[in-house]
Write a protein that binds this ligand. Structure first.
Ligand code: COA
Length: 155
């Protein structure tokens, strides 16, 4: 882990960075189960950002010496759909390819957890694509467990 990585609250000025890094990483969430059009994957992520930015959210930005290396977008009004228990929900996180495996995502996750606790929330949740090995390893290492599965059958 690189001790120089700092986390701060993002502002509207960070949204272009978020959208740009998001576009460059969106394909990581495409599963081999279904055919995907690249343009639609980008559109879906743009919609996710629009959805997040217009509700109760926190944008966390990880940086080193003022250089933005990654972000995490956290939502607070997405309760668990089965139990309605309140939770923090990680809408998306990404780290610049050149800055990976330096602990940027780990410190972003830690900051997100601290924020959720500060709001009195007892859970933090997210959705991750089965084939996204780096992301799954990140969440496994951070103590996330699989709670339920979304299943698809190609017809
Ligand atoms: C997933 C992602 C955010 C990880 O960011 P990162 O800053 O490289 O992750 P970290 O350096 O904080 O890694 C923390 C731990 O996660 C695990 N991990 C992260 N990337 C890994 C990889 N490629 N392979 C194996 N383990 C990995 C390791 O346990 C790692 O700890 P270690 O380096 O001490 O072994 C980054 O790969 C990314 O931006 N991917 C594209 C976007 C994406 O998939 N986002 C998630 C959507 S749900």
């Amino acid at each position: 882990m690189n001790a120089a990585v700092a986390v701060r609250a993002g502002t509207r000025d960070d949204r272009d960075f978020v959208r740009d890094l998001g576009r460059r990483t969106a394909a990581s969430s495409v599963s081999p189960v279904r055919a995907a059009r690249y343009d639609d994957v980008i559109l879906a992520l743009e919609r996710l950002f629009d959805f997040a930015f217009e509700r109760d959210h926190v944008l966390l930005v990880g940086e080193d010496g003022g250089e933005r290396l990654g972000f995490l977008l956290l939502l607070f009004d997405i309760p668990d759909e089965v139990t309605l228990v309140q939770q923090a929900f990680i809408a998306y996180t990404a780290v610049e390819p050149a800055a990976r495996r330096r602990g940027v995502a780990r410190v972003l996750l830690e900051a997100a957890e601290a924020l959720a606790r500060a709001r009195g929330l007892e859970y933090v949740s997210l959705m991750v694509t089965e084939d996204n090995a780096p992301a799954r390893a990140l969440y496994d290492a951070a103590g996330f467990v699989t709670e339920r599965r979304m299943m698809t059958k190609p017809l």
